[in-house]
Structures are given as C-alpha cells and as structure tokens.
Design a protein around this ligand. Structure first.
Ligand SMILES: Cc1c2[nH]c(c1CCC(=O)O)Cc1[nH]c(c(CCC(=O)O)c1C)Cc1[nH]c(c(CCC(=O)O)c1C)Cc1[nH]c(c(C)c1CCC(=O)O)C2
Length: 346
C-alpha cells in the first residue's frame, strides 16, 4: 500500500526513518473538544463505540487536529469480555463496572464464552475500521488494539478498576487451574478479534497490558507473558506492539517475544531498557503524561531530553501511558511539533 506517511510502520519494522513517528495512547477521545461534541449528542460512550461512522469520525479527529503520525481505532479493550458474555457499564467519574464477575467454573461456562463468531458480536469494530481506512485514504497507518489477557482477566474477576486487583491475584493462588482456563479463553477470542481487525484494515496492532505491574515477575511470566506470546506468535500479518505497564523486570523476557515494539511507561529508563532488550526491538514511549501540565517551553525541553536519550532509530514516540483527560490540546501540539522538528543525530 502507498502511504503518504508510514513512519510508524517503518519504525516498528526497524527500517530507516527520516524522523521519529509520534502518536499518543488514548488520543481518540478524552482531550479534544471535537470529541466531546460528538459524545454529548449520544446516550453514552458505548453508543459511540457501537456506531461505526461516529467511531470512525472520532478516530480521525486527532489526525486532523493534532497532526499525529498514526490513528488508533476508537473502541475499548472491554468489548472482549462483553462479547464473551460479561456486560459492562461505564459509570461517570467511576469508570467501567461489570454487573457479574467470574469466580467459579460455572461462571466461566456462562460468562466466558468462546464458541461464537467474532464478526457477529464485534462486527461494529470491523465496520468502524473499514470506514476509517476509507476516510483516512492512507494519510497515516491505522492501529488496531486489544487488551492483554491478564488485563482483561483483571476486569472479569475484580469487576472494575482497582488499585491492587486482589480478587484477581487471589485466584492465582487459590485456583490457578481456573485462572489458566479463563486466560486461555480470553487469548483464543483475542487472536480471532485481532485477525478480524487486520482483515478489516488495521496496519499494526497494540496489546495493552495496563495492569502488568500488579504481578511479581514469576507470576507475570506464568499468567501474563505466556498468553501474550501466544498472541504475538499467532499474528504475523502486521507488526505487533506490546505496552506492558510496570513490567520493568519482564523486559529481558519480552525481548525474546514475537512483538516488534515494546512500550515503556515513564518509570522506565530508556537507556536501561535498551540494554535489557537489545537492538532488535523498537521501543515506544515514554514521556510522563503529567509533563504535559508544564509550560510550553518545559514540554519542549522535556521532550527534547527524552529524544536525546534515544541512541538509535528504533523508536516510536509516545507518552508513558494514556494522555490525561484535562490536558490542554495545545500542549499536546507542542509535544508533537517538538518531535517532528527533532533531527536524528545518529
Ligand atoms: C484499561 C483500559 C480501558 N480501556 C483501554 C485501556 C488500556 C489503556 C490504558 O491503560 O489506559 C483502552 C482504550 N480505551 C479507549 C481507547 C480508544 C483509542 C485511543 O484513544 O487510544 C483505548 C485504546 C477509549 C475510551 N475508553 C473509555 C473512554 C472514556 C469514555 C467517555 O467518557 O467518553 C474512552 C475515550 C472508558 C474506559 N475504558 C477503560 C477505563 C478505565 C475507562 C474509564 C475512563 C477513561 O479511562 O477514560 C478500560
């Protein structure tokens, strides 16, 4: 395919790039007034996710208004548990809540189904990708995504956000067989879901393991990495990015995975991570999302400092986690402009 701008894909594959590509996790929605205008005309977030033409519209907004080098499809990682039979609600100022959670084998049979066609239950994502691709007209690549099995497991067991995810971690000690069975089921559906996204036009897929950091290293290997590797091994059509937040110690193991790009949160030291993973992976990140609360000149300085710490071309610039909802879009523009003006010196 002929892209006007395919820096993201080149960087992910380790090809030569003239400048670093930049996009922001959670760029679609959250900060743009144009998003809020679309959102406020609807009954809620889920209606937006499930209306392909509108999901496509808000996916493209950051490309038009922020000048990012990639679009990410507007959806949520929680559409997977919902498709498996566990419905969620997004409660204002609280976050996502599941009315039921999984605690027993019987719950698993009822609320962690695998025997369905993903296109039947998640066809709205396929359609949103198809519309977005048409409207983007190859201006920039489109990123598809899913939650990592461990992070989805956390929501299905704890039933919503949590600081500790202690219900989820309790199951790893009390009933590891049930935990593995659920993780296996999520993995199987996620592979089919990502393949559907790729067939519809996703040019790269990112796996979000937002709660990787609540597990110790050995448990992360057993209950996290094992399933991420299954997904990365199954997806060969497009580059795969893994963002495992807080998984500092797992970085050397991740270097042996089939992921092309590894995301870094802002606690990770770029030079140290590069030493841990070697030269065969692209690294993505990792400005502290809070840095965008500082002045324009400080955003510029901090961004340039980060860029100076990159000693190779295998980098995609991003924040160390999703952009916060009350960040001034003008600060985001300064961040993006700084990256675009930066001259790679090596
Ligand atoms: C943990 C997680 C979720 N969802 C996601 C993650 C992983 C990334 C991360 O760690 O931040 C991923 C996600 N969620 C959303 C996207 C869209 C694409 C993008 O902009 O990157 C993506 C990639 C839209 C959304 N997902 C949600 C919103 C807010 C909806 C609204 O009020 O309009 C958006 C724009 C709802 C949501 N969905 C989730 C939470 C905790 C919430 C609550 C509020 C919030 O985080 O903004 C679960």
């Amino acid at each position: 395919m002929d892209y006007k701008n395919d820096l993201l894909l080149k960087a992910a594959r380790g090809e030569n790039i003239e400048r670093y590509p930049v996009w922001l996790m959670r760029q679609a929605g959250r900060i743009l007034p144009e998003y809020r205008a679309v959102r406020s005309s609807l009954s809620g977030f889920k209606e937006l996710v499930e209306t392909p033409a509108l999901a496509a519209e808000v996916t493209i907004q950051p490309v038009d208004h922020l000048d990012v080098d990639a679009a990410i499809i507007f959806s949520d990682i929680l559409v997977i548990p919902e498709a498996m039979g566990l419905e969620y609600q997004l409660i204002e100022k609280v976050g996502p809540r599941f009315s039921k959670t999984i605690k027993t084998e019987a719950d698993l049979v009822k609320h962690a189904e695998t025997d369905f066609n993903v296109e039947d239950r998640l066809g709205y994502v396929k359609e949103a990708i198809e519309i977005t691709k048409k409207e983007l007209n190859n201006r920039v690549p489109l990123i598809g995504f899913a939650g990592a099995p461990w992070t989805i497991f956390c929501y299905m067991i704890d039933g919503g956000g949590s600081k500790t995810f202690s219900e989820s971690r309790k199951m790893l000690y009390q009933n590891p067989a049930l935990a593995h069975e659920l993780l296996e089921r999520i993995t199987e559906v996620t592979i089919r879901y990502l393949k559907m996204q790729i067939k519809a036009g996703a040019d790269l897929v990112q796996i979000f393991d937002s709660w990787a950091g609540v597990l110790g290293n050995n448990q992360y290997k057993e209950f996290g990495l094992k399933y991420i590797n299954k997904i990365a091994d199954a997806i060969n059509e497009v580059p795969v990015t893994l963002f495992a937040k807080g998984a500092y110690q797992a970085m050397p193991s991740l270097a042996n995975s089939n992921c092309n790009t590894l995301g870094m949160d802002w606690n990770m030291e770029v030079t140290e991570i590069r030493k841990m993973v070697g030269e065969n992976k692209t690294l993505q990140g990792n400005l502290d999302p809070c840095a965008l609360y500082s002045s324009h000149s400080e955003v510029e300085r901090l961004t340039n400092n980060m860029l100076d710490s990159f000693k190779s071309k295998r980098h995609i610039v991003n924040l160390g986690h999703g952009v916060y909802p009350d960040i001034d879009p003008e600060k985001v523009k300064t961040f993006i402009k700084t990256v675009k003006n930066y001259e790679i010196k090596h």
